[in-house]
Write a protein of this length. Structure first.
Length: 414
DNA sequence: GTAATCACG
DNA sequence: ACGTACGTGATTACA
């Protein structure tokens, strides 16, 4: 019986999606190569200055890009930590997380962090992207993998268009390099607001969560008010920020350790927060337990469209392996259902655009976002159509909200 | 080839 | 007692 659902998923979603993806890949997206080349010159000289400064501060020349050499400088020569954190293989950890904790011990740390950021930007994006512009089309053509991610998400390679920087000032400049086809077009981006938490609300049917979404309130503030037992108007920035982490944790299959690491409190305090959360959102807890129970019985969990993730480790004797599978049992239906929803939307949007013979084109998918080359004559028509198809892709216990933006580059469209 | 790091949702 | 937040891909160093 249930196999019918998996076949429907295949026939009604994955197969029709192949053509949509093929068209997006063939269409490609325009890149402002000249801008990136200028930016490269600027970043390269910044990088040179940083390199000199770091070598000067270390009083030694070494390869800053070698974590091994970096560890030896920081922890053997400069002795910045009494008991340096090690990686799995016994090397000194020099990850951003580790370095941030050493920020105040030596001025070299800040320079290293900046160096790392600039180097990453240059090698992965600023210098790499222009190389991938197709000589015939003059556009960037990614490849979307439809059968890589175990949750049902797409992935993107060559280049990975789903991890273009946005969080830092320097990174934003890279987004600015993704531009419309020509002067008759504008880039338009449409993204689902809090889709995974809405799915959690809908699947768990937790009253508190449903009420929050059905009343259109800020979910992280609403969560903070409940968890910290204060009035919404008394939620401060720190409380909201912690609640946001809790909400992320809920989607990931929360653990006291993970939360404590994320927000920098003790495990005891983290456990306290989680206990309060489950007290305030009891059906979320019930749903999470139910998901794990389903996994134990069937050795798989499923999304709203019946997509399965098999979890052979769910009954493992090794507690750590088992705990991992339990988090997967909670996360996969959430992340996977979000993937189902945007895939349905993509098929319906593409179908409608073709039927209307529109000039606009769907270009990219970034998990909860779709990006379009929008022909200026179709501006309001396209935005209305896309919003409608995305919002109506499926019917949940809460509304799906889609935010739309547009501009002369991908950054502005956000 | 693998480990470490870091970019995104 | 142990060691963990979920899902990806690209780059670099190094055995």
């Amino acid at each position: 019986m249930k196999e019918v659902e998996v076949f429907d998923l295949f026939e009604k979603i994955e197969i029709p999606l192949t053509k949509v993806l093929a068209k997006m890949e063939l269409e490609g997206i325009a890149l402002d190569v000249e801008m990136l080349q200028n930016y490269s010159t600027q970043l390269t000289s910044e990088l040179q200055l940083l390199e000199n400064k770091i070598h000067q501060l270390a009083d030694e020349e070494f390869n800053i890009s070698s974590p091994k050499q970096m560890g030896e400088i920081l922890f053997e020569k400069l002795e910045l930590s009494k008991k340096p954190k090690k990686t799995k293989s016994g090397q000194y950890s020099t990850s951003e997380e580790t370095l941030l904790k050493l920020k105040d011990t030596h001025p070299i740390i800040d320079e290293i962090l900046t160096f790392r950021g600039v180097k990453k930007l240059l090698s992965t994006y600023v210098d790499a992207l222009p190389e991938l512009v197709n000589t015939e089309t003059k556009r960037i053509h990614t490849t979307f993998n439809q059968s890589v991610a175990s949750t049902g998400r797409l992935s993107s390679v060559n280049p990975n268009i789903q991890n273009i920087p946005i969080r830092t000032k320097r990174g934003m400049k890279v987004r600015e390099a993704f531009i419309p086809k020509d002067k008759n077009y504008t880039l338009m981006a449409a993204d689902y607001s809090q889709i995974e938490l809405r799915i959690m609300a809908s699947l768990s049917k937790d009253e508190g969560m449903l009420t929050a979404f059905n009343n259109g309130v800020d979910i992280h503030s609403a969560t903070a008010a409940k968890v910290f037992k204060v009035d919404v108007k008394d939620v401060d920035r720190n409380m909201r920020s912690q609640a946001k982490s809790v909400n992320f944790g809920i989607i990931y299959g929360i653990s006291a350790f993970g939360l404590s690491q994320n927000i920098g409190v003790s495990r005891t305090e983290a456990k306290e927060i989680i206990d309060n959360y489950f007290e305030q959102f009891p059906k979320v807890k019930e749903y999470m337990d139910w998901s794990i129970e389903q996994a134990r019985e069937k050795e798989y969990v499923e999304t709203i469209m019946g997509r399965r993730r098999y979890l052979k480790d769910i009954n493992a004797r090794n507690g750590m392996i088992r705990a991992m599978a339990e988090r997967n049992a909670i996360n996969a239906p959430i992340q996977g259902s979000a993937a189902d929803i945007i895939k349905i939307a993509m098929i319906n949007v593409q179908q409608e655009m073709e039927q209307r013979e529109m000039k606009s084109k769907m270009l990219l998918q970034v998990h909860d976002e779709l990006v379009f080359d929008m022909h200026n004559s179709e501006s309001s028509e396209l935005k209305t159509l896309v919003k409608e198809k995305m919002v109506q892709a499926v019917s949940l216990q809460v509304p799906l909200i889609v935010d739309i933006g547009e501009g002369l580059n991908w950054l502005e469209a956000h």
